[in-house]
Design a protein around this ligand. Structure first.
Ligand SMILES: *Cc1c(COP(=O)(O)O)cnc(C)c1O
Length: 371
């Protein structure tokens, strides 16, 4: 990889071919009876929806899920008209006509959202497609039994294309809530006249066919995250993040590195200052918790030390001995040597947070899918 001509402090490589491969893997996993949609909210989990959505479309995806109205309107022209764009949070009052005009399908989560969408249909004399979300026991979005009863008449006035719900504990296959949410979904969806049902996101797919229904909605797994924590990842890695060295320091025992003097050298040390900080999504508290690797020395874990600054962090590279390093040298922070889920675990985060926090200051390099 040639970093020489980039002025950026970090280099983000996003493998579109691996996203394509992951989509096809998930399709193989669920079989022909279940469609595979894609969650592309939050700019496709930080990876760039304008690059990612067309790759998924070409792989066969026709059901795209985003969170907000603005995301939905931005996504609509990026995929052809035979793809549906679903807006998960549902519209705030006043946005209904914009969604309808843009050809976006809202997920209606509450009696109020249903009433306003139904009112739009009555006003315009044409029923617009929508999704109904059922609360199956996560208590975040959707209708419970009472709300379903109250919405009764309005439901009849809608063109409901899909009934869905969301699992709270799918990354813990043994958790009893998975089965209880599935049962609640099965019971409550009877009140909703919809041709298709959907329950599973990435981890839910791996709970088995009982959870697949007609449509699954993976996000994280498409982007190389492990949907089966604790077991080897069934997905292809997608993201590599390399951070570049600005300068290095040789320090004596007792020298304190960085803000608040939080790291004090217990031996003469070699310290590299790398060009990414908390403004780039590296948490301020990462010091003492995670590592980077020089790709030429893949077996040596180099600890991040001290407080992470806004634009830089310190790496203890004493273990490299006197190996010469030029300014601009790249260290792997996330990638094949430092898997996304391992870095997230180190930092007491989830990989979702790391991905969605990836900075726009990084140089972005997209590896095209091999045709
Ligand atoms: C974000 C989201 C998804 C995708 O979840 P992953 O765990 O990333 O696969 C699916 N459905 C809903 C409702 C979501 O909010």
């Amino acid at each position: 990889m040639n970093l020489t001509h980039s002025g950026a402090g970090g280099w983000l490589t996003i493998d579109l071919g691996a996203i394509d491969g992951n989509y096809r893997r998930l399709r193989g996993k669920v079989g022909d009876r279940t469609r595979v949609g894609a969650a592309v909210k939050a700019d496709a989990y930080g990876l760039g929806v304008a690059r990612v959505a067309p790759v998924l479309y070409e792989a066969g995806c026709r059901h795209f899920f985003v969170a907000t109205v603005d995301e939905a309107i931005a996504l609509r022209p990026l995929v052809a008209a035979d793809a549906q764009v679903f807006q998960l949070n549902g519209p705030f009052q006043g946005c209904e006509a914009d969604l309808k005009a843009a050809g976006i399908t809202p997920v209606l989560n509450s009696p109020e959202q249903i009433a306003h969408w139904a009112a739009l249909s009555r006003r315009t004399g044409s029923r617009s497609p929508c999704v109904i979300q059922i609360d199956s026991g996560m208590y975040r979005f959707g209708l419970d039994d009472r709300a379903l009863t109250d919405a009764g008449d309005d439901l009849e006035a809608l063109d409901i294309q899909l009934v869905m719900s969301h699992l709270a504990c799918a990354d813990e296959p043994q958790h009893g809530q998975n089965r209880s949410q599935r049962e609640t979904f099965l019971a409550r969806r009877k009140a909703v006249p919809a041709p298709l049902s959907s329950l599973a996101a990435s981890s839910g797919i791996f709970l088995g066919p009982d959870y697949h229904f007609d449509l699954v909605r993976p996000g994280y797994a498409l982007y190389g995250g492990n949907p089966t924590p604790g077991a080897p990842s069934p997905m292809l890695p997608v993201v590599t993040l390399q951070l570049r060295m600005i300068q290095e320091r040789s320090i004596e025992t007792g020298a304190a590195v960085g803000y608040s003097a939080r790291f004090v050298a217990s031996r003469p040390s070699r310290i590299a200052t790398l060009a990414a900080g908390y403004a780039d999504g590296v948490p301020r508290a990462a010091g003492g918790r995670t590592f980077a690797i020089l790709p030429e020395k893949p077996d040596i874990l180099l600890p991040v030390i001290g407080r992470v600054s806004m634009d830089c962090l310190a790496l203890d590279i004493t273990a490299l001995g006197d190996l010469p390093l030029a300014p601009g040298t790249a260290f792997e922070f996330i990638g094949p040597l430092r898997p996304l889920d391992a870095v997230a675990r180190d930092l007491d985060m989830i990989g979702y947070e790391l991905l969605t926090g990836l900075s726009h200051r990084y140089h972005r390099d997209y590896i095209e899918k091999v045709k």
